[in-house]
Ligand binder design. Sequence first.
Ligand code: FES
Length: 369
Amino acid sequence: MKTLQQIQQQALLHMEYGRLELGPSVSANPVSSYLDLALYEKEMDGIVKKRPLPWIDSSKVKNVGESYSAEFLGVPIIAVRDEQRKIRVYLNACRHRGAQLKVVKEEQIKLVCPFHGWSYSTNGNPSEIPERQNCFASVSSTAFRLKELPAYEAAGMIWIILSQDEFSFPSAFQQLLEDREELGFLPRHALTEKSFIANFNWKLGVEAFLEVYHFTHAHAPYLAQLQFPNLSISDTQGENCRIVVPLRKPSEDTSLLQWAQVMYFIFPSSFLLFYDDHVALISLLPLSINQTLFRAIPLVPSEASKTDSKIQQKIDFLEVIIGQDIEILEGIQKGLQCKANRLFTFTRLEYLLAKFHQDLHVGLSTQVP
Ligand code: FES
């Protein structure tokens, strides 16, 4: 992986010689991959639910004993901050007969079922089962441990794995954590989320964030005057990648975010877009083969920046840009079935799209059945 200093040098060379960063070859992706219901279901179970998805911002469960419960992609989930300040996330279903739990903070923090009164410690083990000695003594209580979802806090958000499978979170966020000093901040608080259902396959949405080729056309007049159109510098780490988009020429005394926007792609469908004063988290959650929950969550580094009008202007601007993308993507979705294209072509500027599809393919083919 390149250091950010190497990226700066590379950006200067590209600018000086008018070069672009190009992939090795033109490639193509079958249009059927956006329409195939069996493939969609495999992607959901084999990829989306097995990789980190941003759920809620950490401040919702900031203090020990605080909890939050909600449905996420149709799954009831409850989070609680335990006595060691670690975030614990469980499927919100009592292991007796499935009722949803509530967190009670008395002498100890417990997750309590309102139906027959079973309660659980924050580590998920049953701590009290009414009439246990009379009617339930022979059953091991560890068999009734709450189902835990792997969870990790990064960039002000709680990220979870819906499938319950083990996952090495630090590897997904490694680039971001290594760049922390150069970035100058990591976000800690979320502002108001904007979310809506977009009528396109989730992969079309991801693709739009993996290339800058469309900027000057789709986002005219706003991005038509980019000083270095079509220039981005990317490097990948496993399935994830970092994309640096130069906005102006770097000089020795400018920090990274003063001359570029930096975006971290957390495979398979999340993007952390760094501005010099905040981060926009974009998450594309598949709801069906042709519907995607589009979430945009501004994340700021401090309480004080919550009311910064400059940040609000950038949030409003991004909303306009996203609106332009959505309109085009919904149009593409409508045309998928008309057979104008059997394949979509990815130019050498769009090589990260080819890699994304390749990673999906590899991820599905290397799964343990
Ligand atoms: S369903 Fe929870 S205690 Fe019975």
